[in-house]
Design a protein around this ligand. Structure first.
Ligand code: G3P
Ligand code: CA
Length: 260
C-alpha cells in the first residue's frame, strides 16, 4: 500500500500485481517445450517461461516433459536411452497439429538462449534416480554459466536436488514444486532453503497463502486456465500464475487493470 498527499488529504491505494508463467511455454497454443511454444508465451507477455528438463544418454540436457518420448514424438523409448542428437531429429510438433510439424525439442542451452533476456526461465528438473542419478553433475555448470546472464528459477518435485543446487549456486532462485495439499509448505521450503513455492492450484487455501506471505515466500500456483480461476487467485493475492494460455491470462489482467 502506498500513501499520497493530494489537496492536503492523504489517499491510500493498492497496486495489484500479477505475473504470468507460460506453462511449458504456451502449452495450450503450441507443442509444449519447443521454441515455438516459448515464442507464443513471449508474445503473450509472459514474465516467466516454464519448461521441463531431463538428462540424455550422452549426458546432455534436453527440454522435454515425459520420461518417455512416445507422447510428443512417437518414438518408443525413454529420453535417457537416446542421445541429444537423436532426440533432436524427432518431430515434436506434428502430434499437436500439422501446422507445427518439424518442431524440435531444444537443449537446455537453446531454450535459455531463446528466452533470455525477454523473460525469466523457470527450469523444472524432471529428476529420477532410476534414469539419471548423475543429473546434477551435468546440469550445474550450465546453470552456473547462465546465472551470470539472467535471473534463473529452478523448480522440482524432487526437493533434495533443490537443496544440493542451492548449496552450490548461491545466485539461483529455487522453488518447491508440489502437487498435494501440504499443511505447512513453508517447512518444506525451509528444509531445502528454497526461496518460493509453486503449489498445484487445488492444494492451497487462504490460510496457507496468508502464512506463506507472512513468511515472505512468493507463491506461484499452477496450472490455471479459466477466468473464474484467474479471478480467485487474483483476489487471493498470489504473485504469479502458471497457465497453458498466457494469452488469455494477459488479456484478463489488462481488462482488470492489473499491473505486471
Ligand atoms: O510449473 C509446474 C508444472 O509444470 C508442474 O507440472 O507436470 O506440468 O511438469 P508438470
Ligand atoms: Ca513442468
Amino acid at each position: 500500500m502506498s500513501p499520497i498527499l493530494l489537496e492536503n488529504k492523504i489517499y491510500l491505494w493498492y497496486i495489484i500485481t500479477m505475473k504470468i508463467i507460460g506453462h511449458r511455454g504456451a502449452k495450450g497454443l503450441a507443442p509444449e517445450n519447443t521454441l515455438i511454444s516459448f515464442k507464443k508465451g513471449l508474445e503473450s507477455n509472459a514474465d516467466y517461461i516454464e519448461f521441463d528438463i531431463q538428462l540424455t544418454k550422452d549426458n546432455k540436457v534436453a527440454v522435454i516433459h515425459d520420461y518417455s518420448l512416445q507422447r510428443t514424438t512417437g518414438i518408443n523409448g525413454l529420453v535417457s536411452e537416446f542421445t541429444l542428437a537423436e532426440i533432436k531429429k524427432a518431430d515434436a510438433g506434428a502430434w499437436f497439429s500439422e501446422e507445427f510439424r518439424g518442431q524440435q525439442l531444444p537443449s537446455l542451452e537453446e531454450a535459455l538462449d531463446f528466452i533470455i533476456p525477454k523473460a525469466i526461465p523457470v527450469i523444472e528438473i524432471k529428476m529420477s534416480y532410476f534414469y539419471n542419478p548423475d543429473f546434477k553433475k551435468y546440469l550445474t555448470p550450465i546453470l552456473e554459466e547462465y546465472s551470470k546472464k539472467s535471473h534463473l528459477i529452478v523448480i522440482s518435485f524432487f526437493h533434495p536436488i533443490l537443496k544440493e543446487l542451492k548449496n552450490d549456486l548461491k545466485n539461483i532462485e529455487t522453488a518447491v514444486l508440489y502437487n498435494s495439499a501440504l499443511t505447512a509448505p513453508w517447512q518444506v521450503a525451509e528444509s531445502v532453503k528454497a526461496d518460493a513455492v509453486h503449489p498445484r492450484a487445488d492444494s492451497i487455501n487462504m490460510d496457507i497463502i496468508n502464512e506463506l506471505k507472512k513468511r515472505g515466500y512468493p507463491i506461484r500456483p499452477w496450472v490455471i486456465n479459466t477466468e473464474k480461476e484467474f479471478k480467485i487467485f487474483l483476489d487471493a493475492g498470489v504473485d504469479a500464475l502458471g497457465t497453458d494460455f498466457p494469452n488469455i491470462l494477459n488479456e484478463f489482467l489488462s481488462q482488470n487493470n492489473v499491473s505486471k
